[in-house]
Design a protein around this ligand. Structure first.
Ligand code: 13P
Length: 251
């Protein structure tokens, strides 16, 4: 059975003190509920080690928001997958649309990042999604299929089986414009079909596919009720412990 997951993506928000405080609040809140899903927070590199020291890893998973596409060496300012792993983090978001859009990440660089993540026992949360123009001109299914094929279909079935996918329509990120539950379900079912064709039904059925894009406590339950939506990747609403918990408990 595939896992249900709610993951926060803090993006470039919070100072170290604020971030440690927020992580502590989420960790505390999780003591009072028995969530029906795994809960993860992905936080800035600078916060990883400090946050790892204050959370209970059985309750709350920790991840980075990116890692370098090289192992080590003369890449000033970059943070490698092994550095991320050395903080105690076990997840890494890869291919977020903001990385693709603003930092020119391509499927070629993402392939390297995925492989380095695996070498360091990090679970990739791999993001895919179309821009508004592609949604409107009807190419959105093909666009997402190509993103998956180009960056991930070089993997063995065993490695592909370790990936968490996050469908994040770019037009829904930070805009307050959520995909409808039916739009999310259409894409998630399509993605599962694409995986089944390449890796077989078992791998497809076991792959967790999260939805991201203006997911909030008010719309999470309807999205998560869809059979192919296995949880959420949460931006803005993960920056407040109460609203993040409102989404966690939507399952
Ligand atoms: P918002 O929830 O702020 O729309 O962000 C979604 C996202 O990009 C998570 O990775």
């Amino acid at each position: 059975m595939r896992k249900k997951i709610v993951a926060g993506n803090w993006k470039m928000n919070t100072t170290l003190n604020e971030g440690v405080g927020l992580a502590k609040d989420v960790n505390e809140a999780l003591k009072n509920v028995t969530p029906k899903c795994d809960v993860i927070i992905a936080v800035p590199f600078t916060h990883l080690a400090s946050i790892n020291a204050v959370i209970d890893s059985n309750r709350l998973g920790l991840g980075a928001e990116n890692c370098a596409d090289h192992k080590s060496g003369a890449y000033t300012g970059e943070v490698s997958a092994s550095m991320v792993a050395s903080t105690g983090a076990t997840y890494v978001i890869l291919g977020h649309s903001e990385r693709r859009q603003y930092y020119g990440e391509t499927s070629e660089t993402l392939k390297e990042k995925v492989s380095l993540a695996f070498e360091n026992n990090l679970t990739p949360i791999f993001c895919i999604g179309e821009v508004l123009e592609e949604r409107e001109n009807g190419t959105y299914l093909d666009v997402v299929k190509k993103q998956i094929e180009d960056a991930l279909f070089n993997l063995s079935a065993e490695d592909f089986g370790k990936i968490i996918l996050a469908y994040e329509p770019v037009w829904a990120i930070g805009t307050g414009k959520t995909a409808t539950d039916d739009q999310a379900e259409e894409m998630h079912a399509f993605i599962r079909g694409v995986i089944a064709k390449k890796y077989g039904d078992e791998v497809a059925e076991n792959t967790s596919i999260l939805y991201g894009g203006s997911c909030k406590p008010t719309n999470a339950a309807a999205l998560f009720a869809k059979p192919n939506v296995d949880g959420g990747l949460i931006g803005g609403a993960s920056l407040d412990a109460q609203s993040f918990m409102g989404i966690v408990t939507a399952f």
